[in-house]
Design a protein. Structure first.
Length: 213
């Protein structure tokens, strides 16, 4: 939303969608084009948020209740907004976040079945008008994603294929409803996927922040 001077882009997708690779490539590309980029991630992005992240991802925390999970995620997000995202946007930076609030709608709303009403209520309190100008969802079938994400399995990755596919369908449904959310299929070669990312981001930046050089 256009309530700040900067531009806010979030990258989303199920674990193993290749999102983090495209995140790195996009940040590199924008810096080369002369933009001042604030590259960050969720859960985390701050000292306190990274501690919350460790609680959330720990596969030993099997007893963590879905509502406690949601509250922890939004606690970390409130800190992230206060310390990193809102100041960067106020300074006119391009904020690129590896995950933001669409993760909560997809993972907690659909995956954990908490529902969109509850997540939306938390979101209105914590994020308010600080919504991404563009959210890109990297789409991949859950089975293929699980094959890619083999090492150090987090609490979420251990949920298995049915959970991950529910999250994926959630992302697709959300993208179909929201104007500022765009789905990018990841079945093609990585350079083609990155080209789509750049096209979508460049179109947004052209309208909002012409490059400095
Ligand atoms: P991470 O290892 O960063 O996964 P990835 O590389 O796929 O982004 O772990 C982040 C995990 O946190 C991921 O499995 C999704 C989960 N998550 C939620 O469930 N809800 C949220 O709102 C966020 C931000 C993340």
């Amino acid at each position: 939303m256009q309530q700040t001077r900067g531009v806010f882009i979030a990258l989303e997708g199920i674990d193993g969608s290749g999102k983090s690779t495209h995140f790195r490539l996009l940040v590199q590309y924008l810096r080369c084009r002369g933009y001042t980029v604030c590259a960050t991630r969720e859960p985390g992005g701050t000292r306190i948020g990274e501690r919350v992240r460790a609680i959330l991802l720990d596969p030993g925390h099997r007893e963590l209740a879905p509502l406690a999970e949601l509250a922890l995620i939004y606690a970390a997000r409130a800190q992230h907004l206060a310390e990193v995202i809102r100041p960067a946007l106020a300074q006119g930076k391009v904020v690129v976040s590896d995950r933001y609030n669409l993760s909560s709608f997809a993972y907690q709303g659909y995956g954990r079945k908490l529902g969109l009403g509850l997540v939306g209520a938390m979101d209105a309190i914590v994020c308010g008008k600080t919504q991404p100008d563009l959210t890109l969802v990297f789409d991949v079938p859950a089975r293929a994603a699980l094959r890619r994400a083999t090492s150090h399995r987090s609490r979420f990755e251990r949920e298995g294929v049915a959970f991950l596919e529910r999250v994926r369908q959630g992302y697709l449904a959300l993208a179909a409803q929201r104007r500022r959310v765009k789905t990018i299929p990841t079945d093609g070669p990585a350079p083609d996927v990155q080209a789509q990312v750049r096209r979508a981001v460049s179109a947004l930046l052209q309208r909002r922040l012409p490059p400095r050089r």
